[in-house]
Design a protein around this ligand. Structure first.
Ligand code: FES
Ligand code: FES
Length: 1002
């Protein structure tokens, strides 16, 4: 039907189908700021203003919008003149991946139109329909309050570095530098000192409880060096403008002529053999261009784990297989003219399944009578396929049994952590097409472009040289996009049809058919002396990897190797069995095995303290890892490779714990839960993590200088919303002595950027930043050599600051003049360099996290009132972005502790397949959140950095569990702390009079 839509003040006549959603139509019309995150009106990514009211356009028919005034974010502002809301989102650091940002900005806009002076609760309420998986909502709320103040004409303090106007200035190369008597003379840049604003460095003060949403980043500690201009400053995100203006930056934001739409047929059974599959009717359907089943694709064993070659885990998957191993496993793929035709074709594929018995409980997986999930002979690197054991780990130092025997008290406990989903707001999506040279382009939402290219090559039958992988902006990853899930099948559909093909998971498919965090059952056994000294510590775990063993070995390796060393002792044992079941596979999820381990370890430490009658923090202080200590398990375990020696060179744990203790009012509040319906408690947990994978992660960077003094930087590092492009630009600008706007970032395209292992293992700033620093130092030397010739001075005697190179005699030349001279005048050469970097060190970041909770003893509802994180991430390159990482990670951990859980029926079908049944925190759910950065300096990383991305997710769940135990006097050893679990604990306590309740399925 023909429809008139008034979009952003322009009347458009569009042809729409009766059942077409407004979101689909707006995207077809090129309004790419309207994002697809679900189909059910729950995520808010597709928000538009309909007559000024924020509405999810995915659940509104386009036909319903006729006659309405529609507003998308494209109309609010542009790069030259942003709307105050857009400015405030950038200034406040409210944008990470930016996928939710247009929707959030519009919801905020609608609020401010009707209420120019909203309170924080009103802002949270207005944003409650816009889910964000990155930020924890702290900074978006600040941004809206800030914009409201600006729009009211109030003065607001600056937060991040000011917007540059440089990109809109005309450039004049001027006269030949040889005509200058003094190079600095007459140059418009010379003598214009640039001062970046300083991030506040504050000391801890125990009386500051008023900042509910944090403010600018709070840095604590002593900076090793304060003479840096760009590093350590809250610079604006380099991609923020395009994200906040809704520019076409993501995978789906392109229009390709003749693009086909792919859909997947997936298994309705947890375990079955396909006796026959008949796709003839589907192939005969008009508009269908390809149907692929296992009969049409080569049988190549592989792993979807995007890890370095050779991937250490089982190679137990096949692009399409004659066996299905979980509900949601791939059966067939269709490419058709429209998504609707593709859906119809799926319904026409006839599959004759022989349903097999399934194993759904990991405790039964190794039973000799359990069905074998991987009987196929082609799979390899499976630890013991006959017993469904994907991987096994054992590490031991000292004599653990003797340690237990020599202990005064031995404390044991079993802890259970759930299967949870990464839930990026952008689902997995890939578009494939042939380019003009008959090379296959794979435009994909991935954390690991180079691994994608290498892994899919044998499956699709092309050499890597004929594959180009492009990663545009991606709407969140959190590990789930370290998996190669759709690229192979979409590529095969393009190879088969010679047409561009798009394949995207629906939200339900994202839950059912992608990846998750390994659920584990962990048993802790710890021997201690009466004074609290730990003598022996043992962790044994059973992990469920689901139908495939992707990341099974390395995730569980981290569960032990990155947690047990926090309390080093002479006798440590770690044992892990990772088993297959007929459930959706687990994989990489931010934290990578460590949140599971710390839930067990940090709950257990509180239990030990209680048995000893000791303060829980005192017990931690007595045993924790210190500077100069060796991590004993690093040598015994490694991470997918042989072990290594690790000495702790920097550790800010004492300061971190002091901050959390003070901010939580530990001494006043611990053990004072009250007696009424609502009980209150405080809890703390410590954490450590790793920085990259030693001896394995590697990244490269290329830098070249342009005529105007700008630099192109090409990195394979994959910014997934974490801001790595920005911190890499800061590192380069610092070394090169130029401004942020002089750096033009390009990441990640396998044709142009140097190799990089990708965005995982908290490695990017350390590894890719290290490569960038090295390349920038080489470019700097080249610049100084040319400048030395121009100024007739020794290059070693020159300095570069704010684009100006100065000789000891005061003569100057600009970087732009050096570029012009080098490219056009004398000894012509392109000033450029490429460097790569890897490290045999993995300096651990440390954190203390604390929570204050309220527990409703009638409903069992746990409400987190306050969540505090203090993190030692070494030198902080960008405090506002580092703080955003802490807030986002801590928020995901709150969900892990309180409400997130994948739930199945008795046949193994997932029940939590939408964002209502699987609940992640929204803006209204958020507690008061405070973040502190304790700066230390580690000798290995560029400028002393350590990792920041993962550690904030490690300790918050056990901190909440410890706080609930403090509130109730009952230990609940299974998360999430749902109302049902809490009520069961309370009732069990009432019946048994016990202070501890054992949970589990036994
Ligand atoms: S609410 Fe419309 S895409 Fe999620
Ligand atoms: S910034 Fe909100 S989902 Fe990524």
């Amino acid at each position: 039907m023909e429809l008139e839509l008034r979009i952003n003040g322009v009347i458009k006549s569009v042809d729409v189908a009766a059942n077409e959603s407004l979101m689909t139509v707006l995207r077809q019309e090129g309004y790419f700021s309207v994002k697809h995150g679900c189909e059910t009106g729950e995520c808010g990514a597709c928000t538009v203003l309909v007559d000024g009211v924020a509405r999810p356009s995915c659940v509104m028919l386009a036909a319903q919008a006729g006659g309405c005034t529609l507003t998308t974010v494209e109309s609010l502002g542009n790069a030259r003149k942003l709307h105050p809301l857009q400015e405030a989102f950038i200034d406040s650091g409210a944008i990470q991946c930016g996928f939710c940002t247009p929707g959030m900005v519009l919801s905020a806009h609608a609020l401010l139109e009707r209420n120019p002076n909203p309170g924080e609760d009103e802002v949270r309420d207005a944003l409650s329909g816009n889910l964000c998986r990155c930020t924890g909502y702290v900074k978006p709320v600040q941004a809206v309050l800030r914009a409201a103040a600006i729009l009211r004409g109030e003065h607001v303090a600056s937060i991040s570095s000011p917007e540059s106007t440089e990109n809109f200035k005309a450039w004049d190369p001027g006269r030949s530098p040889l005509e200058h008597a003094e190079y600095g003379a007459g140059n418009p840049d010379a003598g214009t000192p640039f001062t970046a604003p300083n991030a506040p460095l504050s000391n801890v003060s125990s009386d500051d409880d008023s900042s509910s949403a944090g403010g600018t980043a709070t840095l604590v500690g002593t900076r090793v060096s304060t003479d840096l201009s760009i590093v350590g400053k809250p610079e604006r995100k380099v991609d923020a403008v395009k994200l906040v203006t809704g520019k076409p930056a993501f995978v789906d934001d392109i229009d390709l002529r003749d693009m086909l739409h792919a859909r997947l047929l997936t298994s309705p059974h947890a375990h079955a053999v396909i006796r026959n599959i008949d796709a003839s009717k589907a192939r005969a359907l008009s508009g269908v261009h390809a149907v692929l089943t296992y009969k049409d694709v080569p049988r190549v064993p592989y792993t979807t784990a995007g890890q370095s070659w050779p991937e250490p885990g089982p190679h137990d998957q096949y692009c399409l297989d004659y066996m299905v191993r979980f509900v949601g496993d791939r059966v067939a793929a269709v490419a058709a003219e429209t998504p609707e035709i593709a859906e119809q074709a799926l319904a026409l594929i006839q599959v004759d399944y022989e349903v097999l018995p399934a194993v759904l409980d990991p405790r039964q997986a190794t039973d000799p009578n359990a069905p074998r999930i991987h009987p196929e002979p082609e799979s390899y690197r499976i630890h013991d396929a006959s017993r469904n054991i994907a991987a096994h780990l054992h590490a031991e130092i000292g004599d653990v049994e003797r340690g237990f025997a020599e202990s005064d008290v031995v404390v044991e406990g079993e802890y259970i952590v759930p299967q949870v989903q990464q839930t990026p707001i952008e689902n997995h999506i890939v578009i494939t097409y042939w380019d003009e040279d008959d090379r296959l382009v794979v435009r994909t939402s991935t954390q690991v472009p180079y691994h994608v290219r290498r892994i899919i090559a044998p499956i699709i039958g092309l050499p890597p040289r004929r594959i180009r992988v492009i990663k545009p902006r991606i709407g969140g990853g959190f590990g789930v996009k370290q998996e190669v899930l759709l690229e192979d099948i979409c590529s095969l559909l393009t190879i088969t049809t010679n047409r561009p093909v798009k394949l995207e998971f629906s939200r339900a498919e994202e839950f059912r058919s992608s990846r998750s965090r390994h659920p584990q059952i962990l048993r802790m056994k710890t021997g201690v002396k009466r004074d609290g000294t730990i003598v022996a510590n043992q962790m044994t775990l059973l992990a469920n990897t689901g139908a495939y063993g992707t990341h099974s070995l390395t995730v569980q390796s981290n569960t032990g190797s990155k947690t047990l060393p926090l309390y080093p002792c002479a006798n440590i044992r770690f044992e892990a069995e990772i088993v297959y079941t007929n459930l959706p596979p687990a994989g990489a999820f931010r934290g990578y095995g460590v949140p599971q381990g710390f839930f067990a370890l940090e709950s257990h430490i509180d239990e030990i303290a209680k048995q000893l009658g000791m303060d829980a923090l005192e017990l931690r202080r007595k045993n924790w890892l210190k500077e100069g200590d060796e991590n004993p398990l690093a040598r015994a375990l490694g991470e997918g490779k042989e072990g290594y020696t690790q000495i702790i060179e920097s550790c800010g744990l004492p300061q971190c714990l002091q901050i959390v203790e003070e901010k939580l009012h530990w001494k006043e509040k611990r053990g004072r839960s009250g007696t009424g319906r609502f009980r209150y408690g405080v809890g703390v947990a410590l954490a450590m993590h790793g920085t990259a994978i030693p001896g394995l992660d590697m990244g490269g960077a290329s830098i070249k200088l342009n005529d105007d003094g700008s630099f192109n930087i090409l990195v394979g590092a994959t910014d997934i919303g974490t801001g790595s492009d920005t911190v890499i630009a800061q590192i380069a600008a610092e070394v090169l002595g130029v401004r942020m706007e002089d750096i033009i970032m390009h990441s990640s395209d396998t044709d142009f950027a140097p190799f990089d292992t990708g965005a995982y293992a908290s490695s990017t700033t350390y590894i890719s930043g290290g490569a960038t620093k090295k390349a920038a130092e080489q470019v700097r030397m080249q610049i100084l050599e040319v400048a030395g010739r121009m100024l007739k001075a020794n290059p070693d005697s020159l300095s570069i600051n704010n684009r100006i190179i100065t000789a000891p005699n005061g003569q100057t030349v600009t970087v732009s003049q050096v570029a012009l001279h080098s490219l056009h005048v004398e000894n012509q050469q392109q000033i450029m360099s490429t460097a790569s970097w890897m490290s045999y060190n993995s300096p651990p970041p440390f954190a203390a996290q604390g929570a204050e909770v309220e527990v409703d003893t009638e409903t069992g509802v746990v409400r987190v009132l306050k969540a505090i994180s203090a993190v030692d991430a070494g030198r902080v390159i960008n405090p506002i972005m580092a703080e955003g990482q802490i807030e986002g990670g801590a928020t995901q951990a709150l969900g892990y502790g309180v409400c997130e859980e994948m739930v199945y029926d008795q046949q193994g079908a997932l029940l939590t397949t939408n964002l209502s049944d699987y609940r992640i925190y929204n803006a209204v759910d958020m507690p008061q959140m405070e973040s502190y950065l304790v700066e230390t300096h580690d000798p290995f990383g560029p400028f002393g950095v350590k990792a920041i991305a993962e550690i904030p997710i490690d300790g918050m769940a056990p901190a909440v569990a410890n706080a609930v135990a403090d509130a109730l006097g009952v230990r609940i050893r299974e998360i999430p702390l749902t109302p049902e679990r809490v009520l069961r604990a309370i009732h069990a306590q009432a019946q048994n009079g016990e202070g501890q309740v054992r949970w589990g399925r036994d």
